[in-house]
Design a protein around this ligand. Sequence first.
Ligand code: IMP
Ligand code: MG
Length: 415
Amino acid sequence: MTTRYRVEYALKTHRRDQLIEWIKGLLAVPFVLLSQPTAVFEEGRGSVSQMAANAHKRYSEIMHDVEELINDHIAHQRKGLHDRSKLKLLVPSVGLFFTPLLLQEAFVYQDRRRYISSRRFVAPSFNDIRLILNTAQVISLVRGGPLELVTFDGDVTLYDDGGSLSDENPAVPRILDLLRKGTRIGIVTAAGYTDASKYHSRLYGLLDAVSRSDLPLELKENLIVLGGESNYLFRYSDASPARLEHVPRERWLLREMQAWREEDITGLLDVAEKALKDCIVNMRLQAQILRKERAVGIVPTGKVKLGREQLEETVLVTQKILEMSDVGRRLPFCAFNGGNDVFVDIGDKSWGVLACQRYFGGIEGSKSLHVGDQFLSAGANDFKARLACTTAWIASPAETVQLLDEIAELDELAH
Ligand code: IMP
Ligand code: MG
């Protein structure tokens, strides 16, 4: 899922984020009651600034109320009763929160940038609320600081889909600033390669900039790459030409991951491969199977662009078949739509982020942020990171840069 349109695209329930939709519904009421669309052609309907001030007040009151509901949910969580919170009744799909969310302040911050309250025809949107939630998360993290770990997805988060992180990428100096402050950085990507040079060719802009920088070696080594969702760990290394050194699994696997058996891994990939092959045949996809050690996928043959519907159908069919299989109940996996391919990986990003936290000595979820573009509940691979840490949902590499600027700005204000 790549473009803003696709993030907005919401025909089926798994294509909606229920918390965001619910907040959008709450804000729609004051929008309908307070916005003054006729003021564009009728005199005496009140000035835009008066309308905006009224709407701003009501929107921010609502955000404050939602903030309180989340605090109540967290209080229930602490007692092991999160299923009984009022928020859970209102939004059944809501999960656990690692920190409170300062939604009212975040709304004020985003309203200054997006002029949400000044709009007369366009109600507070999915993207408005997604960005308010991101800001609220950042405020909480920097106030409760220090932010100890930031993990980034690769495609669409740091660079365009299928692209690479080049020297000019504006995220590079910002990630260097985080490293300088002692924040650990993990690139937690689905892209699964056993070879460090392959990661160098995708991430060279960052790796080479770290190498050239005046950062002390111990801070440089706070950069790691976790590939194949949760399968291959590399750490930054000055000595290696690829600037990355492979870290053997026995040095970082979590106990639960050590129990994943090789025959189950092969078995799960066999089931997935068969399901993917059937999709190629049934929908006459111009695609071929790509089988790897810890993943299997379909990639287009030549320069074809596969249809969104075909990609989604392939993910949903394959996921269902795996969920129904014995091995799919024993082993975590992640089936997702990569924009122009579909992959099934062993493990998922919750394990990837947990492994990064553990590698750096046991960082807590409430001090750790995962930034990604795929947070829908099916066919999206960043979604699972929500089980391991706080998250920010971005829609493009440019939004990641904005988010990093927000972290720097709000961190400065907090200290
Ligand atoms: P991400 O957005 O960084 O998680 O990267 C996702 C993309 O990595 C997919 O869309 C694929 O194009 C690519 N990719 C390469 N190798 C693999 C693999 O082994 N599993 C999943 N995705 C892969
Ligand atoms: Mg991505």
